[in-house]
Design a protein around this ligand. Sequence first.
Ligand code: NI
Length: 169
Amino acid sequence: MIYPITRYGEAVLESPTRAVEKFDEDLAKLCEDMFESMYAAQGVGLAATQIGMSKNLAVIDVSVGKNPEARLVLANPEIISVEGDQREEEGCLSLPGFRGNVLRPAYVTVRAQNVTGETYEMRGEGLLARAFCHEIDHLNGILFIQHLSMLKRDLIKRRIRKLKKTGEW
Ligand code: NI
C-alpha cells in the first residue's frame, strides 16, 4: 500500500516518536509499505512520521530500488559516531520543491534494529551518511530546514504559508 506523504505543517512531523517494541508481521508489512511509498515518491529515505505514524522507524535505500541489498530498515536508530564534514544540497519529501545546503558529517555510524529486531551497526559515507542523519532527525521531530540559516528558513516558511492560503500545500 502506498501512503500519502505528510507535509510540513502537520504536527506529527515535528513531534518525538515512540520506540518500536513489537517486531511482528504488522511491522514487516509496514516496512514494505514504507519502501513502496518511498519508491513511489522517488525518495532515498522515509521516516514513519512522513506517513503520519509516530514511530521510531525509518527506511533508506540510496540505490532507489536498484540494489536489493541497499534496502535498510532502521528501528530505534541512534548515531554512535561521526567523522568529517560534507556540505551538499538536501531536500525532503515532506517539503516538496524546497532544497538547501546542509552541513552533515562525511561518515556516520549508526546502531539500529532491523525488521526482525536484530541489532546491527553500519558505517555510511556520502549520501548514506546524509540519509542516516536526515532520517534520524525526522525521528526526533527535526526537519532539514532547521539546519538552514534563520533567513533561509523564514523565507521557506513564508512561501509555504502563501501556498497554504491558495490551497497549493
Ligand atoms: Ni525528509
